[in-house]
Design a protein around this ligand. Structure first.
Ligand SMILES: C[S@@+](CC[C@H](N)C(=O)[O-])C[C@H]1O[C@@H](n2cnc3c(N)ncnc32)[C@H](O)[C@@H]1O
Length: 211
């Protein structure tokens, strides 16, 4: 794909390259960050789950050097490439990269991100495809398309955060989110038609801030 050309990012055949969904989420977050930066003049912490090559966090990090980014990915290849890319484009003090399953390794009493976001595996696939390393795992969301998203939302319930954003597809059984995660307001904030699919961006906030 050519999206990395203007950022000159390193890629790897085992790592999801920036695509239309990556750009869609980047555009939305650029808008949302502007609001957040206006509201919080101080620096704050952002966590990108499934960081891949690091494209989204790098675009945002270049624009907002006062924000600290933590990029997490379950793929060690992705975290290696992401570390290399972030080192080229961001100040070393501005980011950390961790190889981890979702947010599972964070200590909830010490980790308070203002923003968490995830361009997850959301395509409807077989269960077996979800287990296939390395590339199918980057897009395979299982038979409902939302299996990784549901796990992500479960881990979000364990931490205190300001806002979270994630993508899903119109073909997925998205109405499950609000039923299963009643502690959150989960609302659609943007949609985009891409080839035969329609991508949806959700915003997540606690109904009542956890203590
Ligand atoms: C659709 S790709 C998005 C990559 C990049 N953020 C982008 O937008 O181009 C999904 C990413 O999530 C990662 N991923 C999948 N399951 C994960 C999990 N359980 N924990 C952390 N990362 C995961 C994959 O390795 C992959 O890099």
């Amino acid at each position: 794909m050519g999206f990395s050309n203007f950022l000159k990012l390193s890629e790897n055949p085992e790592v999801y390259p920036p695509q239309e969904d990556t750009l869609f989420l980047t555009d939305i977050l650029e808008r949302e960050f502007q609001k957040e930066v206006l509201a919080n003049s101080n620096s704050f912490l952002v966590c990108e789950v499934g960081v891949g090559t690091g494209f989204i966090s790098i675009v945002l990090g270049k624009k907002y050097p006062q924000i600290h980014f933590i990029g997490v990915d379950i793929s060690s290849q992705a975290t290696k490439i992401c570390y290399k890319n972030m080192s080229e484009w961001l100040q070393r003090t501005q980011f950390d990269v961790l190889c981890m399953d979702l947010l599972c390794g964070f200590n909830p009493s010490r980790f308070f991100p203002s923003i968490v976001f995830f361009n997850p595996p959301y395509l409807r696939t077989t269960q077996e495809e979800m287990m296939k390393e390395p590339l199918p795992r980057t897009w395979a969301g299982g038979p409902t398309g939302i299996m990784v998203i549901q796990e992500f939302l479960k881990t979000l319930t364990k931490i205190r955060f300001g806002k979270a954003y994630f993508l899903s597809s119109i073909y997925n059984t998205n109405e499950l989110f609000s039923v299963q995660f009643q502690e959150f307001y989960i609302q659609v904030i943007a949609e985009k038609k891409i080839e035969d699919d329609k991508l949806i961006c959700y915003e997540v906030q606690y109904k009542r801030k956890p203590k």
